[in-house]
Design a protein around this ligand. Structure first.
Ligand code: HEM
Length: 448
């Protein structure tokens, strides 16, 4: 192992590298990077594994300073940890050159069902696919042009869910919520004809389970072909009022590959459902904020697609406390210079979102539910809160996500009180736990 192959940045010892593997990589890979494994999420919550990952990086930061810190990985696979907020901002802003989104491990995972997705593309191909996604998702509009239609879909499905809750003595659990959420997602992305296409969701789940293993799984080629063909059928139909309909009006060429972008829309709505359910738990445990939420809901009742600023902030807090993309990855395309030395080309760069989101050394309320954090103008914040990534590759779907999730919260909460079962599951008097297992949350719902 020559010094040159690692550049001149500080380098962790083999023991420290193994500790990072054990505290950061193994738990995240075990929980499932592309689709979560509920049992492992439950175990990780009980064992407080997410807190160990944060404190491991804090210790390295204290020892090595701002970094970036190279890990002692095998020859030919350099890997660096970002430990400094300015470095995180630099990497995000200087994407895709010299910090490409198409990082090796991410490519190997997403190849299972969307090999030509923007996130794992580079150069002119990435530019075209990013343009397409930004246009379809109207990434810079606070509320998408189809916002009113999306809110209508959410309202219909939420009403059906609440009827079901009524039939269960007011109990709401994850399985009930997820089934309803998946119907919303299929309708928003593909149209009403996809509402009950459970087979499509099952195919995607199978492909995502294989993707969790990245290059270690041979893949399900038949399922992938069938899945992509089914997506093409929906895109040909281009149902008005859905993102598939929006796609029909957006220009494409041979590079765009819309059917490889759309699986990301379907798959990434899954963590949005998790964040919504956790936000319900946060509001159940914080009566003052729940009161503010009710006031916003009442004030906006009857408007077609209002921007529910406070509820959006609650969702963003749910994602800050428990980010659904904890590992943000990049790969250098050339040698890069840093204050502390040089980093070789083809280095995988790792930013652990919880390390920044929960940094109690710098954030007064790192472990508290504080939606006001998101109500300041974005420009005033230079701390890397990155649940949707940041910089030039920021999630182009974030505003569609915030519209759909905030309205789901609004429809469920309107005039109702949600109580966690047991109420001690989350308490405003205590720090928010390092992880909240969404799969075993249960609520008792009462009309106010
Ligand atoms: C809570 C839900 C979501 C979260 C937390 C989230 C987060 C993210 C993050 C962190 C990235 C960048 C990943 C990276 O840099 O490696 C990303 C990329 C992306 N997301 Fe989302 N996302 C969500 C939902 C969605 C939805 C529902 C859509 C579409 C409807 C979407 C569309 C995309 C696309 C197209 C990219 C690729 C951007 C690019 O390559 O430039 N996301 N998302």
């Amino acid at each position: 192992m020559t010094k040159d192959s690692y550049g001149t940045l500080p380098k962790a010892t083999v023991g420290e590298t193994l500790a990072v593997m054990g505290d950061v990589f193994v738990p995240n890979i075990a929980k499932g990077v592309i689709i979560r494994r509920p049992k492992v999420v439950g175990a990780a919550e009980k064992l407080g594994l997410d807190a160990r990952a944060i404190s491991r990086l804090q210790k390295l930061n204290e020892k090595y300073g701002s970094g970036p810190l190279m890990l002692s990985t095998p020859e030919g696979k350099p890997m660096a940890l970002i430990l400094d907020p300015d470095h995180a901002n630099r990497v995000l802003n200087e994407t895709p050159e010299p910090f490409a989104t198409a990082e090796w491990a991410k490519r190997k995972a997403l190849e299972h069902f969307e090999p030509d997705m923007a996130l794992v593309s580079h150069g002119p191909e990435r530019a075209e696919r990013r343009r397409f996604n930004e246009e379809v998702l109207q990434s810079e509009c606070p509320v998408h042009g189809l916002g009113a239609r999306f809110v209508q879909v959410v309202e219909q499905e939420a009403n059906e869910l609440l009827t079901q809750v009524g039939g269960q003595d007011g109990k709401l659990d994850w399985d009930m919520f997820e089934a309803s959420w998946n119907r919303v997602v299929r309708r928003v992305v593909l149209g009403d004809t996809a509402r009950d296409d459970h087979a499509l969701t099952e195919m995607l789940e199978k492909l995502r389970s294989a993707a969790n293993w990245a290059f270690l799984h041979p893949g399900h080629d038949r399922v992938k072909d069938d899945f992509l063909e089914r997506i093409r059928t929906y895109l040909r139909r281009g149902e008005a009022g859905s993102l598939a309909g929006e796609i029909a009006g957006v220009s494409t060429n041979d590079t765009t590959q819309p059917e490889h972008q759309v699986p990301q829309y379907l798959f990434a709505f899954d963590p949005a459902g998790m964040a919504t359910f956790r936000a319900l738990a946060l509001l159940a445990a914080h009566p003052n904020q729940a009161e503010r939420a009710q006031a916003e809901i009442v004030e906006n009742a009857g408007k077609p697609a209002p921007e529910l600023v406070f509820l959006r902030a609650c969702l963003l807090e749910s994602l800050r406390l428990w980010p659904t993309t904890p590992l943000v990855l990049r790969q250098t395309t050339e040698v890069t210079e840093w204050e502390n030395g040089t980093m070789p080309a083809e280095t995988s760069i790792l930013m652990l979102a919880p390390y920044f989101h929960r940094d109690d050394r710098h954030l007064d309320e790192a472990d508290r539910f504080n939606p006001d954090l998101w109500l300041e103008p974005e420009a005033a914040r230079d701390w890397p809160f990155i649940p949707f990534s940041g910089g030039t590759a920021i999630c182009p779907g974030r505003r569609v996500v915030l519209t759909v999730t905030s309205h789901m919260l609004a429809k469920l909460l309107h005039g109702r009180e949600f109580q966690l079962n047991p109420p001690t599951r989350l308490l405003s008097s205590k720090p928010m736990p390092p992880l909240l297992n969404n799969y075993d949350l249960e609520f008792q719902v009462r009309t106010q």
